[in-house]
Design a protein around this ligand. Structure first.
Ligand code: HEC
Ligand code: HEC
Length: 208
């Protein structure tokens, strides 16, 4: 039916990324599944809202993990005003966005964002703080967030060029125990005082 029209391009795309032919028919519906995501996160996962992270290129592994944490409400779901699409202007959050999705839907959605490019947000940052932040990052964070946190295959999100306000809030969630964190990240993050946290955030914001 309607899947036929897009079947070809998806098949070609699937072949390119080594996805089996069997999944390509189901994948035709992925644009429907991602429609609501795009209303908040923007096309290709890039938007200009400070509280909404850009998610293009995020690894499918990380995306799947994150979405499951919202589904079980193990990650807080701050409310935002939907910036675009059919529900523009109304308020919602990640827990709402994810609640009716099956594991199979989540996997398809994750794969589709993983194929996009990450768009770095141009942000105001303090160069002296960013320099201090780079030194702290290299010492404490680079091991898992390589190249300044710009490598999607680290499965640890993208920090370089991510929204500074978003990162600030996530670090608060981590330190307040509201978001689960990698066991070995905890002692490293605890080595940063308030000024250190501010410095690493300016470092991530300095990526253009
Ligand atoms: C109502 C707006 C809204 C909608 C709709 C929405 N998101 Fe989000 N999303 C957010 C906000 C706000 C955050 C940051 C929440 C937080 O503080 O953890 C977020 C966070 C995320 C994250 C975590 C990013 C990270 O760096 O850890 C992922 C992954 C994500 N969204 C994927 C999706 C997908 C996939 C969809 C569609 C099924 C979707 N979102 C729909 C607003 C939205
Ligand atoms: C042992 C590995 C490890 C170390 C060291 C580490 N992290 Fe992480 N970090 C992770 C992983 C894994 C995640 C993804 C957590 C998840 O799955 O929700 C993450 C997630 C994050 C996030 C959330 C990203 C997002 O998109 O929401 C931030 C911010 C962050 N780390 C900052 C830091 C900072 C700052 C340091 C250094 C002080 C650091 N991390 C050190 C492994 C690490």
């Amino acid at each position: 039916m309607k899947q036929k029209t897009t079947g070809y391009s998806l098949l070609a795309c699937g072949a390119l990324f080594g996805i089996s032919v069997a999944t390509s028919a189901a994948a035709a519906d992925v644009s429907k599944l991602t429609e609501s995501c795009i209303g908040c996160h923007g096309k290709g996962g890039a938007n200009t809202e400070v509280a909404i992270p850009n998610i293009g290129s995020y690894s499918a592994e990380y995306m799947t993990g994150a979405m499951k944490l919202y589904k079980t409400k193990e990650r807080p779901c701050p409310e935002v005003k939907i910036p675009g699409g059919a529900k523009k202007g109304s308020k919602s959050d990640m827990c709402q966005a994810i609640k009716d999705l099956s594991d199979a839907d989540i996997k398809q959605i994750a794969d589709s964002f993983a194929e996009q490019k990450f768009v770095r947000t141009p942000q105001k940052f303090d160069p002296a703080l960013a320099k201090k932040g780079k030194a702290l990052h290299d010492k404490l964070c680079e091991k898992c967030h390589s190249e300044g946190g710009s490598v999607a295959s680290d499965d640890a999100g993208i920090l370089a060029g991510q929204k500074m306000a978003y990162l600030d809030e996530q670090i608060k969630f981590f330190t307040e125990g509201k978001r689960p964190m990698a066991k070995k990240m905890k002692p490293k993050l605890e080595e940063l005082d308030k000024a250190g946290i501010e410095a690493v955030i300016h470092y991530y914001g300095s990526f253009k």
